[in-house]
Write a protein that binds this ligand. Structure first.
Ligand code: ATP
Length: 428
């Protein structure tokens, strides 16, 4: 387990405008979270880093962005309508409902009584909705509980447009919805969240090498987000716990403040999904090796990342406390490419128009170049540093009277708090 406390992260996230409870003014909506100005930047930076690593920098990956609402046959064929369930129990005393496999013993976590749970029943986690103006069985559709199926139903489209050689992958990032029985642990278990998934299509007898290569790529990516290797663990999911169609699954677990829990999964799904589509949609899903008559349904390796869990892991690994001049300091040691703000620019004194004007000049130039630059002239310099430390800004730039003479500024490093005098032209 991480030394960092969950409440410290939740409180910083709210105080500094990263993440708020969804619909908070109305008392909230359980399992939903809203991203504030800094949260949305952090989230986008993580998602952009993922896309850059797994799609843009490779030539074996294709991106898609499928509709969230899909033909309900997608979820029948995939098995979600029948089996995307969690075991639900109800307490006969307080009527509280709980996920049976998350309970410890037979004591109700709500009212504390024991022996009040009835038989567990299977609860389907898909959110149902109706598409179109008629509210009947024929119009039922579902909010997608994973992004993966949006990829599978476009496999043939990508094949026909791009003729990729095997192995190749299709990637998608976007919202997923699960009616979790008990959402909990901040954003870790939400009802609305985002996923970043890849379906990597391979020749059946070559799945192992792609599985190993993707596993190595995943570790590289986690390292680039600043997650320490000692907090990352591979769990080889045993036969009994794996989905029946999966021949091998590794859960990548992380030492969160709530304990060691799943961060993402890597699964070898055989030809289960494409075969189901072929059988149910009646469309041929086979791949023909170029220049041969060798035809088969490709097998699939699926890396499946949850964005919220990545955010929580990044915040956990970046959260630091130390002492500066006898005072406790909190800071986020975020890697530069994830920090919501890269530079904060301040005039030393905000009531000196000449300093403000010069600082504006520096700010405008940096902003034009980097975008994620913040103007901060609130409170004294010490307060500004504290605030910027808490949101993980790597560099604070201060414009003072010396700047007016020699075009140099003070630049302060977040992690070491060291200050240096450098020329404005060297700021980059
Ligand atoms: P868990 O066992 O924790 O419920 P899962 O095995 O059902 O997760 P998958 O179906 O494998 O999860 O989904 C892939 C990834 O999506 C997970 O590794 C996780 O990062 C993310 N994820 C799944 N459910 C949630 C959720 N309710 N809230 C946030 N992220 C989620």
């Amino acid at each position: 387990m991480s030394e960092v406390k969950l409440e410290d992260i939740v409180s910083l996230a709210k105080r500094r405008g990263f993440i708020y409870q969804g619909s908070e003014v109305y008392g909230g909506l359980s399992g939903t979270w809203d991203y504030g100005p800094l949260g949305v930047s952090l989230k986008r930076n993580i998602m952009n880093a993922w896309w850059q690593t797994f799609v843009d920098s490779r030539d074996d990956m294709y991106g898609v962005d499928a509709a969230i609402l899909m033909n309900p046959n997608v979820w029948k064929a995939s098995g979600h309508v029948d089996t995307f369930t969690d075991p639900l129990v109800e307490c006969s005393n307080c009527k509280g409902r709980f996920r049976a496999d998350h309970l410890e013993g037979d004591k109700c976590p709500n009212c504390g009584k024991t022996g009040t749970f009835g038989e567990a029943r299977q609860f389907n986690m898909m959110f149902k909705t109706n598409v179109g103006p008629v509210d009947d069985d024929k119009s039922i559709s579902y909010l997608r509980p994973e992004t993966a199926q949006g990829i599978f139903i476009n496999y043939k489209n990508v094949l026909d447009s791009f003729y990729p050689d095997l192995p190749f992958g299709i990637a998608q990032m976007g919202k997923a919805f699960r009616n979790e029985i008990s959402p909990r642990d901040f954003i870790f278990r939400s009802r609305e969240f985002e996923q970043m998934e890849i379906e990597y299509f391979v020749q059946p007898d070559k799945w192992q090498e792609s599985f190993d290569a993707l596993l190595a790529d995943i570790h590289e990516f986690l390292k680039s987000l600043g997650l320490p290797a000692e907090s990352i663990h591979e769990l080889e999911v045993p036969d009994d716990d794996r989905a029946h169609y999966s021949k091998r699954t590794i859960d990548i677990e992380y030492d969160f403040p709530i304990g060691r829990e799943e961060l993402l999964g890597l699964a070898y799904r055989t030809d289960f999904d494409l075969k189901n589509i072929q059988d149910n949609a009646g469309k041929n899903m086979e791949y023909t090796i170029k220049g041969t008559n060798d035809k088969f349904i490709p097998h699939v390796i699926e890396p499946s990342f949850g964005v919220e869990r990545m955010i929580m892991a990044v915040l956990t690994s970046a959260y630091r406390e130390d002492e500066q001049n006898g005072e406790k300091r909190i800071y986020l040691a975020l890697p530069e490419h994830l920090a919501p703000v890269k530079y904060a620019v301040s005039p030393l004194l905000k009531n000196k128009p000449e300093l403000v004007a010069k600082a504006r000049e520096v700010y405008d130039a940096l902003k034009k170049k980097h975008g994620n630059v913040m103007w901060d002239d609130n409170g004294n310099i010490g307060k500004r540093y504290r605030r910027q430390d808490e949101i993980g800004t790597p560099y604070c730039v201060v414009i003072d009277f010396e700047t007016l003479d020699d075009d140099t500024v003070t630049i302060r490093d977040r992690d070491t708090t060291e200050q240096k005098r450098i020329a404005i032209t060297d700021l980059e």
